[in-house]
Ligand binder design. Structure first.
Ligand code: UD1
Length: 436
């Protein structure tokens, strides 16, 4: 299992190019199931979760062509052709490594009238059920049973006794769910009539997915607000390489580098990103004394000396993202003063705390609140990554710790960060991947 060896204490200096957003790429890849024609996506990040999704789609019969395979040097361009899907099924072996696999359920059901998708297993950061996805699809007329660990779904039966098109419906989810909104929005594009999604998630990745679907011929309004209206159409068309959909920049990767500079000090420009998607985090970084200067498609960040501790509460977009909680906590660990962090989205998202404590951090957890008291210096140790964003917080802590930090189990990091150690090395960090 690969590990990352970090020698802390280096100032970060230079430029980093931000990759396409993981959480937009995954639904966008699944959305290609909705068309019988090839769909081209650009700015696709190189991540394990993207590879898993491609494997999942290929297993169904989707033909996948990377521009690089054609001898083209655009490594971020992929064309997916779901014209010959023979197996509308997501098996447990693939779903267990990535919960977002549930995103094939809506598109499969909408286009083929049936789907068989393994229930996602337990997840380190909480139980994360998919009941809202199922309830929404049932409201659209789907018949769904859960048996032997699989969601078995089919469309409403037509006069011929065959599963037919889903029917538009007004759906109010019990809570705001990102992938739930995405699944239902995708399903509704091919349903009969109008669907209204109330209490919809407003994340930029939802807007990205809606823009892709609209480019494919879907009729959607209200993306980015709490009410999304979709008028079903008979079919969606493809996108040629010339019409490729550009995936938005990864705001969580951006925020992770901002926190790294805030904690370690330095002066770095992040290229191909968008500060508007990250206002809540940038506001908190400024409160912490970090200088953040956004440009049209870049952000310059600089910091020197210890930051100030800043408290926050995670919330749905446009609030402070739960996916940035662990990384900002790492910054607070070396800040002056103390601050309370409230996690409101997931029930068990403080697993990085015990590992940060191994590095000398002072953190006390009481239920959904963690109180961090900054210390002047962390000290390097061997630590274990427990989930994707927790891994990133340990890397940030390793960058500021004295001596060597070895972060074990970085397969979590590889799931969601595009060549993180290479990007950090490019701005002066002393970090290397240790094999085995
Ligand atoms: C997405 C993101 C993830 C992020 C999270 C919250 C992707 C691929 N992943 O995950 O990085 O941390 O949003 O911003 O985009 N819930 C239910 N029933 C459901 C659905 C959700 O109870 O049917 C609960 C969850 O347990 C959780 C909350 O709702 O407590 C929000 O979860 P949700 O927005 O669905 O997260 P994901 O879409 O899985």
């Amino acid at each position: 299992m690969d590990k990352l060896l970090i020698r802390g204490g280096r100032r970060l200096q230079g430029e980093v190019t931000i990759s396409g957003a993981k959480n937009a790429a995954l639904p966008d890849l699944c959305a290609t199931l909705l068309s019988a024609e090839p769909v081209t996506l650009a700015n696709v990040p190189q991540l394990q979760d993207v590879n898993t999704t491609i494997k999942l789609l290929a297993n169904m019969g989707v033909a996948v062509q990377r521009a690089a395979d054609r001898g083209d040097d655009q490594h971020d361009v992929i064309t997916l052709d779901a014209g010959k899907v023979h197996n509308p099924e997501a098996p447990y072996e693939l779903v267990k490594t990535m919960r977002a696999s549930i995103l094939v359920l809506g598109p499969l059901l909408a286009r083929f009238g049936r789907a068989r998708v393994s229930l996602p297993g337990g997840c380190a950061i909480g139980s994360r059920p998919v009941d809202q996805h199922i309830k929404g699809l049932q409201a659209m007329g789907a018949h769904i049973v859960v048996e032997h660990g699989y969601i078995e779904a089919r469309g409403p039966l037509g006069a011929d006794g065959q599963p037919g098109r889903l029917k538009g419906a007004r759906i109010t989810t019990d809570m705001v769910t990102v992938t739930g909104t995405e699944n239902l929005m995708m399903a509704a594009t091919l349903a009969e009539g109008e669907t209204i999604l109330e209490n919809a998630a407003q994340e930029p990745e939802i807007v990205d997915l809606a823009n892709l679907l609209i480019a494919m011929g879907a009729r959607i309004e209200g993306q980015g607000t709490h009410r999304i209206r979709i008028q079903g159409v008979d079919a969606l068309h493809g996108l040629t390489p010339a019409q490729a959909h550009q995936i938005i920049p990864d705001r969580i990767e951006t925020g992770t580098f901002l926190c790294a500079v805030g904690a370690a000090g330095g002066d770095v420009t992040l290229r191909r990103t968008d500060a508007e998607q990250l206002e809540a985090v940038i506001d908190k970084l400024r409160e912490a004394g970090v200088t953040v200067e956004p440009g049209a498609d870049f952000i310059r960040v600089s910091a020197s000396g210890r930051p100030k501790a800043v408290g926050f509460r995670t919330k749905e977009h446009p609030g402070f993202p739960t996916d940035m909680q662990a990384q900002f906590m790492a910054l607070n660990c070396v800040a002056e003063g103390s601050a309370a962090i409230h996690e409101t989205i997931f029930e068990n998202r403080f697993m990085h705390v015990n590992e940060l404590i191994r590095l000398g951090a002072r953190v006390e957890v009481d239920g959904h609140t963690a109180v961090v008291t900054g210390v002047p210096a962390l000290s390097g140790a061997t630590v274990m990554a427990t989930d994707l964003r927790a891994s990133a917080s340990l890397v940030i802590a390793g960058l500021v710790a004295e001596g060597e930090t070895l972060v074990d189990r970085i397969y979590h990091l590889d799931r969601g960060y595009d060549r993180m150690e290479a990007k950090l090395r490019g701005i002066g960090a002393d970090i290397e991947r240790v094999k085995g």
